[in-house]
Design a protein. Sequence first.
Length: 200
Amino acid sequence: MGAPTLTPDDPARLEQLAWNALREGDTATAHRLVDRIGARGVSPYLRAATALATGSADAFELFEAAYAAHPGGPPNLVATDVLARAGAATAVAQRLVARGDGSGREGAATLQTHLHYGSHYRAAAEVGEAVYAAGPASRAQTAFEVACSWARAGEVEQAVVWLGQAADQGFRAASIVDGEPDLAAVRADPRWPLLRARLS
């Protein structure tokens, strides 16, 4: 498939085409479109994701700036997928929590959630651990989310440890864990009855 013809230069349309190119792994087209939009007009997440996909040295700095300025995250999961495929999600999260401010922690927590939604469970768990260490608003909730990601990643032992950590931090919602699809593997573990009692 040839490169799309782009006239006139509608920035929103160019940005959508760039996201699509990244989604399909066509980094050259994404880079060309981002250049065409210009640094001032392009989404900071698109710019960061394209930089990472093309091996630019400033990609981590761009992701940190994007999440700090817009901690609600990107408009889709493409940037998250790029981070996960590059094995860079945890490094970006560590940069964010090292900032020591609310926007950094919030941005890292958003990244954690998006990684989980994108089925990048191990990366989501590792990012969640970084968020937890940085002192989020609710350590209990973060620990629970880390447990869910580890369970989905097939790491039942880690999931059990993190559910125990959630209980230690005051997580009390046995009815939620009873029906949480992410925790099906944990509920099949022989330790589940004792663990559930701690969550009641």
